[in-house]
Design a protein around this ligand. Structure first.
Ligand code: FE2
Length: 580
């Protein structure tokens, strides 16, 4: 695509084309501006009138050399744009960008994906974009557009110091998430501003989005903020009210785009709801496409980290067993694998290696690494995301002992907690590997902090009154998970699943259950929270999001209301001494 710029700028006829095709004008513009980005709210590039007159001229005088040249260049430019392969075929770039091919084989679904419904062209509608995998020197972007949009990204240090940089052109396939565009060679602990320049069709002008932002990894002694939400339950009747979610989201958008904003947000799961809606596998993508579009206004300026929830359907118990004769294609077509493939096709959870430590234990040809548990360091803090669902291979009808992280994840967890230097440690999991027993909802893994004592999580067996860890988890030599958390001074365990806000402490570890961002009242939780150990006066049923401000002294955790963004609850946790 660099060739396209070159050709378009070399001849008189092409110069005229540069006036006509705004993409080329923008490139010139960026080159001229040099040290400062023209960072403006959605902006229309001048040139439309000239294009109209040239079109007329072209129509009237096909035989003139000028019109012929123009026509040639248009045809050539279109052909070159069409050669961009992809879902957004990644071209070679300038050394500041690298592409990552996610899809390795065709999805093993039996029904073809239906053709996208034609949408009326809106030249000014920007593509959706989310950020993910922020590191000390890079960040990844994924795009989704309703049109065959051509884009590039320009970025610069916030404040305009230094020269702006830009990617090459990429072409989006309508309704297909792009491959990752990764901006590299970024500076440590730096806030960047970026814009997406887009042309939704060759007949459209080029527009630029408003300013979006991201931050690279913080220094150890630097303050920062992150956010957490849980159980959005998109489109789930009775558990999702769009106006409530939009109100929560508006507060998060404002915070994410302000300075210093929040550096990222964690979604605690029960987001896509495949296990509840059970769509045919050829249209299951709609759940992920919708979530992408709904989260994009936040996630374009705050990378998103996903945690699996039980309703998201990535449940190991539903994987056909090769030991019972299941073929690879049957396994690939099973809904946990379909959902894992879609999650990784649409979103950007961390891949193992380098900055992130992540699951490499389970891979599927069409998915690659699952990216379902992982950890990273940011400032003085360690972040650990856990997943019990891929490793719990039963339907948990006999005992909460059936809930498990699996030994590989457990050993990885012990190693991370033991070896990663941090004075604050945050763990994110949708529910306990263990949890409630004897409730009207069976062994569904919820419960207040008192349930952290039991089963795999805490080792005790409330049925027998005995310590059952050694018997039930022979060879797991780091002890129960909760004891590990106490030993390695985990600061806060953030959980969802129970649809309420509650903070409790057990042996120095804070267990914080988070509410939904998306309902007026948490009716389901109200009807059952008492049998899960929660006390009337120690819970909040108000929707909202949670912000965590981290300093070298500790963290302040604030629940903000969906309606007014007001502070509903706030607590602080002290940082541990360093070195530990
Ligand atoms: Fe849940």
């Amino acid at each position: 695509m660099a060739k396209l710029y070159q050709d378009l700028d070399q001849t008189p006829a092409v110069k005229m084309r540069a006036k006509v095709v705004p993409m080329s004008s923008i490139v010139k513009f960026l080159l001229l501006v040099g040290g400062s980005l023209a960072l403006i709210a959605i902006s229309r590039i001048p040139g439309k009138d000239r294009r109209s007159s040239l079109r007329e001229s072209n129509a009237y005088s096909r035989d003139t050399s000028e019109a012929s040249y123009f026509s040639e260049q248009v045809t050539r430019a279109k052909a070159e744009l069409n050669q961009v392969t992809g879902p957004i075929g990644i071209s070679k770039g300038e050394g500041n960008i690298k592409g990552e091919k996610i899809e390795k084989v065709a999805p093993a679904v039996t029904q073809p994906k239906p053709a996208p419904i034609p949408v009326q062209m809106n030249c000014a509608a920007p593509p959706y974009v989310i950020l993910g995998q922020p590191t000390s020197n890079s960040i990844s972007l994924r795009f989704l557009s309703d049109y065959a949009t051509t884009i590039f990204v320009s970025w610069a240090l916030e404040g305009g110091a230094g020269s702006p940089k830009k990617t090459d052109l990429f072409k989006l396939v309508p309704s297909e998430p792009s491959s990752l565009i990764t901006l590299t060679n970024l500076e440590l602990s730096t806030r960047y501003v970026y814009q997406v320049w887009f042309q939704n069709s060759f007949d459209c002008d080029v527009y630029a989005t408003e300013n979006f932002f991201f931050h690279t990894q913080r220094y150890f002694d630097e303050d920062f903020t992150f956010a957490v939400i849980a159980d959005t339950h998109f489109e789930d009747p009775g558990a999702y009210e769009e106006d409530i979610f939009f109100s929560t989201r508006a507060h998060m958008i404002k915070a994410a785009h302000s300075s210093p904003g929040f550096d990222f947000f964690v979604d605690l799961g029960d987001t896509f709801m495949g296990n509840k809606f059970e769509p045919p596998s050829n249209i299951a993508f709609q759940l992920y496409e919708n979530a992408f579009k709904q989260y994009s206004p936040i996630a374009r300026s705050a990378p998103i980290f996903l945690v699996n929830g039980n309703h998201d359907g990535e449940l190991g118990a539903f994987i056909p067993k090769s030991t019972k004769g299941a073929s690879l294609s049957e396994i690939e077509a099973s809904f946990p694998v379909v959902y894992a493939r879609l999650r990784n096709k649409y979103f950007v959870n961390p891949k193992s290696g380098g900055f992130f430590s992540a699951n490499t234990e389970i891979t599927y040809p069409s998915v690659g690494e699952l990216r379902n548990y992982y950890s990273w360091s940011w400032g003085n803090s360690l972040f650990v995301v856990l997943d019990p669902y891929w490793y719990t291979l039963t339907h948990v009808t006999e005992s909460p002992w059936e809930w498990t992280l699996g030994k590989t994840q457990y050993m990885w967890l012990a190693s991370i907690l033991q070896n990663m230097p941090a004075t604050l440690k945050f763990v994110f999991i949708h529910q306990y590997a263990g949890g409630v027993y004897g409730t009207s909802r069976g062994y569904d893994g919820g419960g207040d902090e008192s349930f952290a004592q039991y089963f795999e999580w805490g080792g005790k067996d409330p049925m027998t009154g005995l310590d059952g860890f050694a018997t039930n988890r022979p060879g797991w030599n780091h002890g129960p998970i909760h004891q590990m958390f106490t030993r390695y001074r985990v600061s806060v365990v953030f959980r969802g699943h129970d649809h309420l806000f509650h903070v409790g402490e057990l042996d120095g570890v804070i267990y914080n259950t988070l509410p939904k961002p998306s309902v007026g009242d948490h009716g389901n939780a109200v009807s059952s929270f008492t049998e899960r150990g929660y006390k009337d006066d120690q819970v909040s049923m108000t929707s909202g999001h949670t912000e965590v401000q981290v300093t070298k002294l500790g963290a302040t955790v604030t629940l903000r209301s969906s309606s007014e963004n007001s502070i509903l609850h706030q607590y602080t946790v002290s940082a541990a001494p360093y070195p530990m």
